[in-house]
Each structure stands twice: as C-alpha cells, then as structure tokens.
Ligand binder design. Sequence first.
Ligand code: COA
Length: 702
Amino acid sequence: MELDVLNAVLKPKSIAVIGASATPGKIGYTVVDNLVTSQYEGAVYPINPGASEILGFKAYPSILEVPGEVDMAVFTIPAKLVLNAIEECGKKGVKGLVVITSGFGEVGKTDLEREMVEIAHRYGMRILGPNIVGVLSNSMKMNASFAPTLPLPGKGALVSQSGALLIAIDMSTFTRRVGFDKLVSIGNMSDIEFADLIEWFDQDDDTTSISLYIEGLKNGRKFMEVSQKATKPIIALKSGVSAHGAAAAASHTGSLAGAAKVYGAAFEQAGVIQASDLNNLFDRSLALSLQPPMNGENLLIITNGGGVGVLATDAAERYGIPLKFAPEDVQAELKKHMPEFGSAKNPADLTGQASAEWYENSVRNSFAHPWVDGLTVLYCEVAVTDPMDVAVGIKRAIDESGVKGKPLTVSFVGGEKTEAAMQWLVEQGIPAYDDPDSAVNAMAALREYALMREHDATFTKADTSSAKEKAMKIIAAARADGRDALTEIEAKKVFEAYGLPVPKCDLAATEAEAIQMANTIGYPIVMKIVSPEILHKSDAGGVKVNIKNAEECRQAFNTIMENARNYNPAANLHGVVIQEMAPWGTEVILGSINDPTFGPTVMFGLGGIFVEVLKDVTFRVAPISEKRANVMVNEIKSAPILKGVRGEEPKDRAALAKTIANYSNMVFDLIDEVSESDANPVIVYEEGQGVSVVDARMILKK
Ligand code: COA
C-alpha cells in the first residue's frame, strides 16, 4: 500500500507543475522544459492562474480544473502559497507531491512544514521534500527537477539530502562514466525519508543498487530495519562526521547529524556499505550496481605493468582483501600467456609487451578457476596494444568463461583511447576506473557486501522478559525512595538479572551483619559505602580492599561508616557492601548512551588510558548479538592485548562477547527508564576463566 503511493512520485503517469511559468529562468519554467527535453511520456499539466499555455501544454488556473487524473504534483510556487495548493491537490485526488519550494523547516518554519504534511496525509498523499531539486529517472524519461539534464543512464538509484550536491552528482555522471537510473533529492524529509525510498527501490526492477548521501537521519531504527531487509546493496556517504561538519550539516538541513562512530556502527549492523568521500561513493556505487558480491577472499590481479600491480597490491591490503599467491595450476595457465620474464604469481604480470590476446586468454582461463573469488584487470596504455582491443578481449573472455556470480573490476591507465575503452566497458556492465586503487577499492566494496550478507542475518534478541521484570521492581523501589540513581548494589542486582557476572555481594547495615555476610562470601573481601549521596566512594574514605578476616571486617565497617558520616553528615547511609574480592586481570569498560538518532547504543573499550587518552572505543546499536559483540572485541586498536601479546595468555574474549551481548539486552530493555549506565571496570581473565563486573552504575531518567 505504502509502496503503491510512492509510485506516484517515482513512476507517475501524469504530472502537474504548480507554479509552472512561461518565463525562462524561473524554476517553474525549467521543470516543464525539463519534462519536455527528457521526453517524459505521461501527461503534463502546467498550473498557473495567469497563463493559458506553457511550452506547448495547455495550462490550467487551478489543479481542480485539470480534466484527467494527476499522479504527481511538482510545487514551484512560493512557500506561503503551498498549503492552499496542497489542499486543492487533495481534493483533486493527487497521490504524490514533490515540493521543490524552500522556506520551511530549514529556516525554522517547522510549523508550516508540519501543517503541510498534515494536510497531505489527510488526503492520503505523500510528500517528497520540501526544499529539493526534484526527481530524475532515466527509465521513466522523467526529469521532474531543475537539474540541467537526466544523469548518464545506469542501474543504480541515488538519494541525496543536499540538493546542490545532487545537481553536481548529476552532471559529473558523464565525466566519471558512472550512470544512475534515478536521482532523488530528499531535502527536509518532512514525510518521505530514506527508509521509504530504500524499501521502494528494493522492489523496483530498474534499480540494482541504492546510493545515499546522508547528512542526518530522522529515524535511525527504521533506517536500520529497512536496510537490513533490503536485498540490494546500499552504499552510504555520511557527512558531518567532524564536530564542525556536524554543526554545518545541522544548520544546512535543520536536522541533527549524529555522532560519526554511532553512524558507522549502525551502518555496519544494517549491512550498509560506507563510502569515505564523494569519489569513493561513485566508485563503489558503480561496482555494486553492476557486479555480484565477492563471495570469498581470493582476489587475482592481472596486469601489464609492475607499477600499477604494486599500487593495486598495496590497495588490496589497505582495503582488507590482501593478495595471496595463486595456486600452481592457475599460475601454470597464466604462464602460457606471458613471456619468460613475466610473473604468474599474484599480481600476474603479463609484462608491457602483453597483447590483447594474452589478456583475453589469461582472463578466460583464470576467471573460471574455483580458487579465484574476484578478478581485477589492470592495463597501462602501451603502443603495442589498442586499449579497445584489450577491453573487447576481456569482455569476450568473461562471457565465454560462462561464469556467473563472480565479480570483475578493471582499471585502464592512459589517454583518450583508454577513456573510450573504459566507457565501452562500463556500457557492457564492467566497472572500469582510471586508477588501480579505485578498481581494488570497488572490489573491496563487493567483498564487504558479501561479508555483510553473511553476518548475523538470523539474529533476534533473546527473551529477557523475566530479567526486565526484576529490573523494573528494583528501579520502582529506587524511584519510590525519591532517587534518580541506583545504588551500586541495586545496579549489580539489575546487571545480575541480565546474566552479567557480578562478584558475590550483599548489603550490611550493621557490624554483625557485615561479619556474617563476609563469612558466607569468603575472604578476602572488598567493602564499600552505600549511599545515594556519596558517588565518589574512595574520596569519602568509603572503600577498603583485601579484608582478610572477621576482625579486619569489623574495623573496616566502623571506619567506613565514620568516614562517610564525616564526609557528608547529611548523607543517607544504607550501609556497607560486602563483596567478594575479584582477582585482577585486564580492565575493560562497557557504557551506554541513548543516541538521538539510533536510541540505545553500547560502547566498549579497554579501561584506563585506552579509553581516557586514546579514546579507543567502539559502538554498536543495542541489542547486539554475541557474534557482533565479538567483532567489537576484535576491532578496537588495543585488541591484541586481549588476544595475548608478548607471551601473555589470551583473555576470555568469548565470555567478554557474551557479557557485551547481555549488557546490550539490558540497555535495550530499560531505555525508557535508564538514561545512562556503565560497567567500569569489567575484569577479563584468561581464556576459560570468564569476566567479572566489578563496578556497576545506573542513572535513571528524570
Ligand atoms: N498556483 C499556480 N501557480 C501560481 C500560483 C498558484 N496558486 N500562485 C502563483 N503562481 C505562479 C506565479 O504567477 C509564477 O508564474 P509566472 O512566472 O507566470 O508569474 C509562478 O507560479 C512562480 O511563482 P513566483 O512567485 O514567480 O515564484 P518564483 O519562481 O520566484 O519562486 C520558488 C518560487 C518555489 C522557486 C521559490 O519560492 C523557492 O523556493 N526557491 C528555492 C527553490 C530551491 O532552491 N529548492 C531546492 C533547494 S536544494
């Protein structure tokens, strides 16, 4: 149903332009002119109260006077006139509105924007925009925008939150040889947002990949959900990742740009491939729109130049697909198509005297070999070959190999002739780049896509309803007590309910209770003051460690209570925690935030200087599977410390991953109650020895 409504803006059978103008230079003129130039085949109805004909079309004073049905209305009238015109569109039965007009949320007029959406929804209409360039579709021959022309035809769709950037991308599709079927400007996203378009493109037969330029998402969870389900590759370039950039993005679109690390984490979890910059977005979009994923780690490179071969080898390592030597039989085949002094290892160097025929034969023989998961062919323009002959040979070899489902990327370095050859290759569905680095990066994107598709597809959060019930009781009791933070012991009880390994502990209100509990837990023990008013327990002299017997326990109890009373006479002292003393190991920390875009989000890192100075932390949006928690454990820079360096035993990373996953369930379940929490430190022991959450903190929402 929803998708049907979106057809109105992406595949409309008829278009009205409200604010169409006969005056060249006006946006209302350009949009009608563009529909003519792009040879749009549906009906076009210019709406203008003062004109009878515009660019050969009969014009109407109001949409209500149009005789036929109207699927889509493009708005090019000033903002103050928009509401009334939308009401008329509703009465007319228009389905989709493309509001080019600026002057809404981006300049603080959020009420006007909201009202516009309310009216549209009342009539079941959806809005693209406002503050956009429009919609362009090659397969629809529709340039419903004020961008100069339809993009170079291609198979992908691109959605941009910046209008100016969309126009720039549109025009550069020709010089970069990267075509798109559709370009959509999404602007303020008052109604239709990225998630809607991803869903629509995923079912559209004319779209093979979905590229996004994102400044800030409105609903991060919905974006993740839809992206996870999508069957086509999604590539995103997120801007506003620096603090200054974020401020610029916020003022530009009126939306908030989220923290770079959280966006990166969410993209990874949602199976969205990231682009590092605009060039990279083009490179990756081209490959993902034309080629299948790389379903294994063996990349073979064939070249006629040692230099580009080395550059590509470096790039392969940098982008996570390091080269391995090809097996003997692959080498033997390759050797047949190179001189004595060539190299059949990997990269296979056919040498500068390589003919188009050598290229063709070596590609034909290697591409079909089961060891090869992906092939990158590099060519430097030399006088002994014509680039077009090489291109044609590569294409023929691939076709004749009969192999389907394996990716190929190409890089030709040279002059005008190589440009023409690459243009031809792209038209044949083979992504071709003028830089070996780009060809390898594009292959890396195809590898990332394959890995993402394997990852966690079946993950669903464990049922934690009984843990949640216990937690809610503890939280309710603290609230009833007028508090907005749990005491350490309460927090630990909540953590424990979620399966987090906390040391044995209990709360002693009297000296006698303390001794009795210590005897039950077993020495040595740690003793800490429990008071909602004393957060920094050590500063208050409220912590004693390594208590070895009943006498030390008695003394410690009294000293701690006295120190606390002196530190803050008004403090409400609940007593002293008697806690099993956890042996020391490697310190890590877990924390949680409620991200404005993605909601409950978990942070993990090594403790001490690693978090404070090096900021060596990683994030994922909760809930997190154990498998993904394991990725977190292994992706921080200081991961080798957990793997065991310099003769140290490896640490229990499996137990740590389980702890992160359980912690994420807790953070997810309690997001409406808890504003932040942390487990700091968590001690990780050697493999098989588990972990211990030594300290726990939980602040409630006010
Ligand atoms: N229905 C239909 N047409 C109407 C109308 C109505 N109710 N009221 C007025 N019009 C006509 C006008 O008479 C005019 O036609 P004309 O040239 O024959 O006189 C036409 O609609 C446009 O109105 P005008 O007042 O001339 O506006 P404009 O062309 O100067 O500006 C916008 C209109 C939408 C372009 C402008 O308000 C705007 O928002 N510009 C920024 C757009 C932008 O950059 N968006 C993308 C950002 S990335």
